[in-house]
Write a protein that binds this ligand. Structure first.
Ligand code: AMP
Ligand code: MG
Length: 363
């Protein structure tokens, strides 16, 4: 079924007039009605655009999986607008979870909590006994959830496997005709998804997915906690893996490799590879930090900003991956960054987007 996807502009305008505020308010009310009644609405958050549905309504939640083409065993994060929204959704949780909420909500931290049975749609939790919950730090997201009056299940608003959307235009690219509407609030902030944590005992915090709240920020806020980060892709140097092991996450259409090593070695390796690919008639792309972007030669060289500002790179990453797709780039090489601060989440997404193809030149 093809839907007529409505777009409402709700971004803050510098000279916001009373009539503009009224229009934005009306847009939010319409979108919230649609969510409450079982429709699908994409909305901006401080991380990436989310695709929201009423988390109590199984048909609505099934619509998310269908629109995205998402595998049904991947649970959805539930978004709330206040801590009291948790009442009735979850079972009693450790005090540390409450302290995390107080410190980091609203914000890019998803906390996995014991789910109260038979309240949320079982599709939300993929039949797990837990549910990931967060309170987004974005006025449009918060207002939408409040007006809808229900918990809102929302994964990123992209087709499954594609880079997450950081602009409403990215959502349109992937989901136009498949969802009821988009609240266009301009560019999202962090540009990468939330950090997902699980609690272990009274003091343990396990980071299941690095994201907008960094490990360092968690340690600083909770020096008494035992914080464990799943090492999975925290940029441990690895030999290139077989492309058959490709993850289907965050990926551009072209084949992406991440190259790690001394800057000069990376530059000559990448330029040589790009030359060869070009000779084979493949369009080439390079993703680099601005310190070195003028040193690369390819059909499209995109700049992630300065290496000293990984926040900027996080903000730009998904848009850049989509730009390579638009330009029809067949092979892409990306510089790596130190997995510190938000750089940890950045490397996690890059390595996944590359299907694990991380090439370590010094080894
Ligand atoms: P996305 O909606 O695409 O941002 O993905 C949601 C992420 O949260 C996935 O990595 C899920 O595996 C994770 N997640 C959601 N709910 C749970 C849960 N109950 N337990 C563990 N991880 C979860
Ligand atoms: Mg996603």
């Amino acid at each position: 079924m093809v839907l007529n996807t409505k777009v409402w502009i709700v971004q803050d305008k510098e000279s916001a007039t009373a009539s503009y505020a009224q229009e934005a308010g009306e847009a939010l009310r319409q979108a919230a009605d649609i969510v409450r009644q079982g429709g699908l609405i994409a909305f901006p958050t401080e991380t990436v655009y989310g695709l929201g549905a009423n988390a109590l309504n199984t048909e609505a939640v099934a619509g998310i999986f269908q629109a995205k083409g998402r595998p049904s065993d991947n649970p959805l994060i539930v978004h709330v607008a206040s801590e009291t929204d948790l009442d009735g959704l979850v079972l009693p949780y450790p005090p540390l979870a409450g302290r995390l909420m107080k410190r980091f909500w609203p914000g890019p931290l998803t906390i996995v909590l014991p789910v109260r049975p038979d309240v949320l749609s079982p599709l939300v939790t993929a039949n797990l006994r837990t549910v990931g919950i967060r309170m987004p730090d974005h006025p449009v997201a918060l207002e939408l959830i409040k007006l809808a009056g229900c918990p809102v299940a929302a994964p990123s608003a992209n087709r499954s496997g594609r880079p997450s959307p950081t602009l409403a235009a990215h959502v349109m690219e992937d989901l136009s005709g498949r969802i009821d509407g988009i609240l266009d609030g301009g560019a999202t902030g962090v540009g990468l998804e939330s950090t997902v944590v699980e609690l272990e005992g009274e003091r343990g915090i396990r980071i299941l997915r690095p994201g907008g709240v960094t490990e360092e920020a968690l340690r600083l806020a909770f020096p008494d906690a035992e914080i464990v980060s799943e090492p999975e892709t925290s940029a441990a140097p690895e030999k290139p893996r077989s492309p058959g092991m490709k993850y289907t996450h965050y990926a551009p259409k072209g084949e992406l490799s991440i190259i790690q090593g001394q800057p000069e070695a990376v530059i000559s390796y990448v330029n040589e590879q790009a030359r060869q690919s070009k000779a084979d008639g493949v369009a080439t792309g390079i993703l680099s930090f601005s310190e070195r972007s003028s040193r690369y030669e390819a059909d499209l060289v995109l700049d992630l900003g300065s290496e000293s500002k990984p926040e900027e790179a996080a903000h730009r990453l998904y848009g850049a991956l989509r730009q390579f797709d638009e330009a029809g780039i067949g092979r892409i090489w990306s510089e790596a960054c130190r997995p510190e601060g938000i750089g940890d989440a950045l490397m996690n997404r890059l390595v996944k987007a590359a299907g694990g193809m991380l090439i370590e030149l010094d080894k």
